[in-house]
Design a binder for this molecule. Structure first.
Ligand SMILES: Nc1ncnc2c1ncn2[C@@H]1O[C@H](COP(=O)(O)OP(=O)(O)OP(=O)(O)O)[C@@H](O)[C@H]1O
Ligand SMILES: [Mg+2]
Length: 1040
C-alpha cells in the first residue's frame, strides 16, 4: 500500500468480516477463486453493503435503490476521520465508502501537496456517473469555502445537469447513460478550497443524434426542449410540443421514460445554463442548433426523374436556414449536391437520395458533436481559476467500462482500447507502488505473477504496426478501400499475434463462433469479437467539403465558432477518429501518470435495474471484464496485510503479557515479541522498517479472533472495574451528600439552640432585673416579671382556693404586688362560697341555722361546751307525741306543742334527781311526770334562765314569784343548747338566758333560796354538797 493511502482501514474490515463478509478482498483467503470473490460480493450486497475494497480500489455494486447513505450526516462522519477512529457503534454497514475514499484522497492531497485522481469504470448503468456525482457533492459540501468560491462550487455542481442533458441518453442498459467519456479536474488551493475545475470529454456517441435503437432515446436535451421549453421559445424555434413530430426522436419508439421527468430536467438545465454564465445570446444560439438538428431530421428527400435527390418539402429546411442563419438555397444545395474539385473548376455532382440522407445526418451529427465540445469549453471557461498560484488537483475519470455486445463495432473497439490503456496504467501504478513499498521497508521484492496487458495495448496502438495505424492507413489509402480490405490487411500484418484472431485465422472450433467479417481481440479482460462493418466510415467521420464550406458562413455564433474557416481552408486531411482518440488517451495517460490513483470499479447487479437482485452470471462477467481478479492477484502477490508497527501493536497488544497494557520499548520489538508469543513462524510474516507484513489473511484472522476473545475478557474486566468505580463514586457522592446534609442540619440545630439560648439569656436577664425591681413601679424592666408573678400567683392560687365557707385559714399568701388584688379576690371568693352555700341550703337547714344563730347569740363565748354543740344539728323534738301521756296531751294540745325533751329535775329541797319531760308549747313550758303535769310555767312569768359557763347541762328556770307556787326549777338536760334556744324562740324572750360563773342562786319557795355551785373536775358529777348546795362538777376535758 502506498504511503499516500494511510487512512483506509483494514481493522474495521476485520470486525465486520463474519457478519457481512470481508470488507477488503485483500483479506480473502481464496484470493484466486472467482466464486469466493462473488460470494463475498453477494453476501455484502444482500446486506445493502454495496462497497467492498481491494486495497485502495473500491468495488461498488449498483443497488438500484436509495440507501440513505449519502447524507450530510454521513459526509460529516467521514470528514477528516479515519475509519479506525469511527465510534464502534456506527456499524460499518452504513459507511458510504465513496465518501471515505474521497476524504482520504483529499487529505492525502492536502498533506502531501500532490495530485490525485479517481478512476471510475464499469459497464453502462453500473453507477459510474452516480459515484462521480457523489464524490463531487462530497467535496462541494465538505471543503471549506468562501462566498467567492461558492459560485465555483455551484458551477461545478450544475455542470452535471448540463453535460447530462446534452451528453446522456436513455439506452437499453441505462436510463441516464453517459454517451461520452469525462475527466474532470477539481482544483484546490493550499487551504483545501475548491477554486476551479476543468473538464475533458471523450468520444461523444454522435451517431445517436440520427439513429436510436429500439427502446432507446436520443440525447435528453431534445426531449427536454420539446416537453419543457416555454411556448415562446418553441415558437421562435419553430418547434411543436410533440416529440412524435420529429423523426430523429421517434426511431426508438420510446419518447417517455418512467424514471425521467423531462419538464423538470429542462428547468434544472435551463437554470444551470444561467449559473454557468451562458449569455442569453449563447442560449439562443445553442437552442437554435438543437432545434435545427430536429428540423434537419425532418428534411425529407425524394428521387427525381434521374434518380437524384430532391427536397420533398422545404418548410423544415427554412427553419434550419433561419436558425443557422444560412441562406435556404445554399443549404438546399449543400444537402443535395456534392462539390467535386476538378483541376481548375468545381463541379457540382447531385446526390442520390441515400447520399443526401447521409449528408444530412452527417451535418446533424457534426453540428451536435461540435456544439457539445463547445459546451464543454464554455463550462471550462466558467470554472477556470485565473489565480496562478500553485494548485493541487483531484481528477474524476468517469469513463466507459469494458463493453461486450452481441455485435461489437468501432465504438466498442475504441472503448475497450481505452480500458486496456487504463488497465496498463493501473498495473504500472500498482506494481510500482508495491515495489516502492517493499523497497522502502527493506523487504526483498518477490516478482509478482500477473498478466501484463501491454502486449494488447501495443497491438492496438503501436505506431505503424498497430490496428489503429492500419485503420488510418486504410482510410487514407487511395483506391477502393472497404471494411473488408481493412480486415484483410489486419490478417496480413498481425496474423501471428497471440491476441488477434479472425475468422480465417481461427481453428475450426473458434471459427464456428465468428462471422467472416469479424476479428477478435483477446483483451486482458476477455475476448471480444468486433465486426469490421462501419470501421472505415466511422473512423473517417467525414463531412462533405461543401457542407463544411456552407456551414462556416452560419450566422449562429456557436456554429461559426465550431466550424472555423481554417479547417476548410486547410488542405491537410483531418485526423481520424481513432487517432484522435488515441492521442487524447495518450494525453490522459500522461495526466493520470502524474497523479496518485484511486479506483472505483462499478458493477451492475442485474440487467433489469431492479433493487435487491444480484445476478451471479452478470456480476461474474463484469468481475472478469473489469479485471478485478487480476487486480486482487497483483495486490495479494506478496503480503496480504501490512501495518505500521505502532498501529498493529496498539490493536493487538492485549494478546501478549509482555506488551499489555503498555509497551515501553520500540514498537517493532514489541510486535516481534507479540508474534513469537502467538507462535507464528518466520515465513508467516516479515518485519519491515516501519511495518509488519503478514503473508496470509488466515494468520491475521487468527490474531483477530484471539483479539476478539481477549477483547471480551478485557471488556468484562474493564466493566467490572468501571462498575466498581461507579458504585464507589456513587457511594462517595452519597456519603458526601449525607455529611453535607448532616452539617447543614447540625448548623440549623446549632443556630436554633443559639437563638434559644440567647432568648433564654434575655428572658433570664429580664427575669432577674424584674425580680430586682419587683417592688418598684411597673417599668419595661419589671413589667414582664410582675406579669409573671401575677400569673404565677393566680395559677397557684387557683389550685389552692379554700373549699368551704368555714375554711378561713387557707389562702395563699400573695406576693406584694398582689396584696390588694389578693384581698379582693379572697373576699370575692368568700362571697362566692357563701353564695354557693346559701344557694345550696334548704328551708329546713335555714330554720336550723336561724336557730343556731339564736344559740350563738345566747352562748357564744359564754359557755364552755358551746363550740361542740355548733356542729350538732337540732332536732325538732326529742320526744314524739306518742311518748307523751295522752292525758297530758289532752290538756296542753290546744297550746300547740313546739318542743319536748327528757330532763332530770332536781328537787328543790333534797336535790333528788327525778326524770321528767319538758314540753314547750306556744304559751308555756310544762314539766311532766308520766301522766301528770308537775309544773306549768307560762312564758310571761318566766323571769329568767340561768346556766353555768361550764360544760354541764344544768339549767335553772327562774319563775316570777307572784305566780310561783312551787319555786324555781333546777333541771339537767342533755340537749341544753337546743332546749334553751327553742325555749328562747318559743317564748320570744331573747335575753332571758344568763350565763353565770361559779354559783347560781335560785328560789326554792318565796323567801327561801337555794344554790347550785359549779366547778370542773375530772369526772362530771352532781351531788348535794355539805353546804346544802347542789354541786355540779363538769368534766374538764369536755370543756376543752
Ligand atoms: N450508488 C447508487 N445508489 C443508488 N442507485 C444507483 C447508484 N449508482 C447507480 N445507481 C442507479 O443506476 C443508474 C445508472 O447509474 P449511472 O448513470 O451512474 O451509470 P453509469 O455507470 O454512469 O452508466 P453509463 O456508462 O451508461 O453512463 C442510476 O441512474 C441510478 O438509478
Ligand atoms: Mg454515466
Amino acid at each position: 500500500m502506498r504511503s499516500g493511502h494511510p487512512r483506509l482501514d483494514l481493522e474495521g474490515a476485520l470486525i465486520a468480516r463474519d457478519r457481512v463478509g470481508i470488507q477488503d478482498f485483500v483479506l480473502l483467503d481464496a484470493f484466486t477463486s472467482e466464486t469466493a470473490f462473488l460470494d463475498n460480493l453477494k453476501k455484502r450486497f444482500n446486506e445493502n453493503l454495496i462497497y467492498t475494497y481491494i486495497g485502495t480500489l473500491l468495488v461498488s455494486v449498483n443497488p438500484y435503490k436509495e440507501l440513505g447513505i449519502y447524507t450530510k450526516k454521513q459526509m460529516d462522519i467521514y470528514m477528516g476521520v479515519n475509519f479506525f477512529e469511527l465510534p464502534p457503534h456506527i456499524p460499518p454497514i452504513i459507511y458510504s465508502c465513496s465518501y471515505a475514499l474521497a476524504d482520504n484522497a483529499y487529505h492525502a492531497m492536502l498533506t502531501e501537496m500532490n495530485n490525485h485522481f479517481f478512476l471510475i469504470s464499469g459497464e453502462s448503468g453500473a453507477g459510474k456517473t452516480e459515484a462521480c456525482k457523489k464524490i463531487l457533492q462530497f467535496y462541494a459540501v465538505s471543503c471549506p469555502t468562501s462566498s467567492l468560491l461558492d459560485s465555483i462550487r455551484d458551477r461545478m455542481l450544475v455542470s452535471n445537469p448540463v453535460l447530462e442533458a446534452f451528453g446522456n441518453a436513455k439506452t437499453l442498459k441505462n436510463d441516464n447513460s453517459s454517451r461520452f467519456g469525462k475527466y474532470m479536474d477539481i482544483q484546490f488551493d493550499r487551504q483545501g478550497e475548491a477554486v476551479g475545475g476543468h473538464i475533458l470529454s471523450y468520444l461523444l456517441e454522435k451517431s445517436r443524434v440520427v439513429h436510436q435503437n429500439h427502446g432507446e432515446r436520443n440525447f435528453h436535451i431534445f426531449y427536454q426542449l420539446v416537453e419543457g421549453g416555454e411556448e415562446e421559445t418553441l415558437r421562435l424555434l419553430g418547434l411543436e410540443r410533440d416529440c412524435k413530430h420529429y423523426s430523429y426522436l421517434v426511431q426508438g419508439e420510446c419518447r417517455t421514460v418512467r424514471t425521467i421527468n423531462d419538464k423538470n430536467d429542462w428547468k434544472t438545465m435551463r437554470n444551470a445554463l444561467t449559473i454557468i454564465s451562458f449569455s442569453e445570446k449563447d442560449i439562443e444560439h445553442l437552442l437554435g442548433i438543437v432545434a435545427s438538428v430536429l428540423h434537419l431530421g425532418n428534411v425529407q428527400f425524394e428521387a427525381d426523374r434521374d434518380g437524384y435527390a430532391r427536397l420533398s418539402n422545404k418548410a423544415e429546411l427554412r427553419w434550419v436556414s433561419k436558425l443557422l442563419g444560412i441562406h435556404v438555397q445554399v443549404l438546399q444545395e449543400a444537402l443535395t449536391f456534392r462539390k467535386i474539385e476538378a483541376k481548375t473548376e468545381e463541379v457540382l455532382s447531385p446526390f442520390s437520395v441515400d447520399h443526401a440522407i447521409y449528408a444530412r445526418d452527417a451535418l446533424a451529427k457534426a453540428l451536435y458533436g461540435r456544439m457539445f465540445t463547445w459546451i464543454v469549453n464554455k463550462i471550462n471557461d466558467s470554472l477556470e481559476n485565473r489565480d496562478s498560484s500553485k494548485k493541487t488537483v483531484i481528477g474524476l475519470l468517469d469513463i466507459y467500462g469494458f463493453e461486450v455486445f452481441y455485435v461489437n463495432s468501432f465504438e466498442q473497439f475504441c472503448i475497450n482500447y481505452c480500458n486496456e490503456k487504463l488497465q496498463q496504467l493501473f498495473i504500472q501504478f500498482t506494481l510500482k507502488s508495491e515495489q516502492e513499498e517493499y523497497e522502502a521497508e527493506g523487504i526483498e521484492w518477490e516478482p509478482v505473477q500477473f498478466f501484463n496487458n501491454k502486449i494488447i495495448c501495443d497491438l492496438v496502438e503501436e505506431k505503424r504496426a498497430g490496428i489503429i495505424s492500419m485503420l488510418d492507413e486504410e482510410c487514407m489509402r487511395p483506391g477502393d478501400t472497404t471494411d473488408i480490405t481493412f480486415l484483410e490487411r489486419l490478417e496480413e500484418r498481425m496474423g501471428s499475434h497471440p491476441h488477434f484472431i479472425t475468422h480465417r485465422l481461427a481453428d475450426q472450433r473458434i471459427r464456428k463462433t465468428m462471422e467472416r467479417g469479424d476479428f477478435r481481440l483477446l483483451h486482458y479482460a476477455g475476448e471480444v469479437t468486433y465486426c469490421v462493418v462501419g470501421f472505415i466510415d466511422k473512423n473517417n467521420d467525414l463531412l462533405y467539403r461543401n457542407i463544411k464550406d456552407m456551414i462556416r458562413h452560419s450566422k449562429n455564433g456557436i456554429v461559426r465558432h465550431c466550424f472555423p474557416p481554417t479547417e476548410v481552408d486547410s488542405k491537410k486531411r483531418p485526423e481520424t477518429v481513432a487517432s484522435q482518440f488515441k492521442s487524447s488517451l495518450a494525453e490522459l495517460t500522461e495526466i493520470l501518470m502524474a497523479k496518485q490513483p484511486w479506483y472505483i470499479r462499478c458493477l451492475k447487479s442485474n440487467e433489469a435495474k431492479q433493487p435487491g437482485r444480484f445476478d451471479d452470471m452478470l456480476v461474474r462477467h463484469q468481475v472478469k471484464y473489469l479485471g478485478l481478479m487480476e487486480h486482487l492477484r497483483v495486490r495479494r502477490a506478496g503480503f496480504a496485510y501490512r501495518r505500521r508497527y505502532e498501529v498493529f501493536l496498539q490493536r493487538y497488544k492485549p494478546l501478549c503479557p509482555a506488551t499489555w497494557p503498555h509497551w515501553k520499548g520500540e514498537p517493532a520489538v514489541g510486535v516481534e515479541k507479540l508474534l513469537i508469543h502467538l507462535g507464528y513462524k518466520e515465513d508467516d510474516y516479515k518485519m519491515g522498517r516501519t511495518k509488519i507484513f503478514i503473508r496470509h489473511p488466515k494468520t491475521l484472522f487468527a490474531i483477530e479472533d484471539a483479539y476478539e476473545i481477549c477483547k471480551h475478557e478485557l471488556a468484562s474486566k474493564i466493566q467490572a472495574k468501571y462498575k466498581g468505580y461507579r458504585v464507589k463514586n456513587e457511594f462517595q457522592k452519597q456519603k458526601e451528600a449525607a455529611t453535607k446534609i448532616e452539617t447543614c442540619w447540625r448548623g440549623v440545630q446549632a443556630r436554633k439552640e443559639r437563638e434559644r439560648r440567647a432568648w433564654a439569656v434575655k428572658v433570664i436577664k429580664k427575669f432577674i432585673k424584674g425580680y430586682m425591681t419587683r417592688h418598684e413601679a411597673s417599668t419595661t424592666d419589671n413589667s414582664e416579671y410582675l406579669t409573671f408573678v401575677r400569673h404565677s400567683y393566680l395559677t397557684r392560687l387557683k389550685n389552692q382556693l379554700p373549699k368551704t365557707v368555714l375554711d378561713k385559714t387557707t389562702w395563699l399568701a400573695p406576693p406584694p404586688v398582689m396584696k390588694e388584688a389578693s384581698e379582693i379576690l379572697r373576699k370575692l371568693h368568700m362571697r362566692l362560697l357563701v353564695r354557693r352555700y346559701v344557694r345550696g341550703i334548704t328551708a329546713q337547714q335555714k330554720a336550723q341555722l336561724q336557730l343556731k344563730v339564736v344559740t350563738s347569740e345566747l352562748f357564744k363565748g359564754k359557755k364552755d361546751s358551746y363550740p361542740q354543740s355548733v356542729t350538732k344539728p337540732f332536732a325538732d323534738t326529742r320526744i314524739s307525741e306518742h311518748d307523751i301521756n295522752a292525758n297530758v296531751l289532752q290538756i296542753i294540745r290546744h297550746e300547740r306543742i313546739k318542743y319536748s325533751t327528757p330532763v332530770v329535775k332536781y328537787d328543790r329541797n333534797g336535790f333528788k334527781p327525778r326524770p321528767r319531760q319538758l314540753i314547750l308549747t306556744q304559751i308555756a313550758a310544762y314539766l311532766v311526770e308520766e301522766t301528770k303535769i308537775k309544773q306549768r310555767v307560762e312564758y310571761s312569768s318566766l323571769k329568767g334562765i340561768s346556766v353555768s359557763n361550764l360544760s354541764d347541762g344544768i339549767l335553772i328556770l327562774h319563775v316570777a314569784l307572784e305566780v310561783k307556787q312551787k319555786g324555781d326549777l333546777v333541771l339537767q338536760c342533755d340537749h341544753i343548747f337546743e332546749a334553751l334556744t327553742k325555749l328562747s324562740v318559743v317564748s320570744n324572750k331573747r335575753n332571758v338566758v344568763k350565763v353565770v360563773q361559779g354559783s347560781i342562786k335560785f328560789d326554792i319557795k318565796p323567801g327561801k333560796e337555794g344554790y347550785v355551785d359549779f366547778s370542773s373536775g375530772h369526772e362530771a358529777t352532781v351531788y348535794k354538797a355539805n353546804n346544802g348546795h347542789l354541786m355540779v362538777v363538769s368534766s374538764r376535758s369536755k370543756s376543752r
